[in-house]
Design a protein around this ligand. Structure first.
Ligand code: SF4
Length: 114
């Protein structure tokens, strides 16, 4: 998928984006470090849009699993279900997704070529 090849995480350690736990300590620092990579990423909106639909694990689009789960439960998300997933991503990132992301299939770590 073309947007994946432009992810800022291509230059980062992939392990950073898949912490073992989310609660505290080293894992929390790992999440913050991954989010710092995602923050200025040029394809963050695309990544989040994809992750909201297809990624149950890891940091994608600057969000944790729990944050994406919460976003899916929000009324605005349910109301947006009839809207393109890009609209939800735009609401969370303030950015436009320029492509819909790759079709659901085997997961690919952030920054890895599909
Ligand atoms: S995980 Fe997504 S938003 Fe974060 S750096 Fe990689 S491509 Fe960008």
């Amino acid at each position: 998928m073309s947007w994946m090849s432009r992810g800022a995480c291509r230059q980062a350690d992939p392990e950073l984006f898949f912490p073992i736990a989310e609660v505290s300590g080293p894992a929390a620092r790992q999440f913050e470090a991954a989010k710092a990579v995602c923050g200025p990423c040029a394809v963050r909106a695309n990544c989040l849009s994809y992750a909201l639909e297809a990624m149950p694990e890891g940091i994608w689009g600057g969000t944790t699993v729990d944050e994406r789960r919460a976003a899916r439960r929000r009324p605005s998300r349910r109301q947006a279900s009839a809207q393109p997933r890009e609209a939800v991503s735009r609401a969370m990132t303030g950015e436009d997704a320029t492509c819909a992301g790759r079709a659901a299939g085997s997961p690919v770590p952030p920054g890895e070529a599909a």
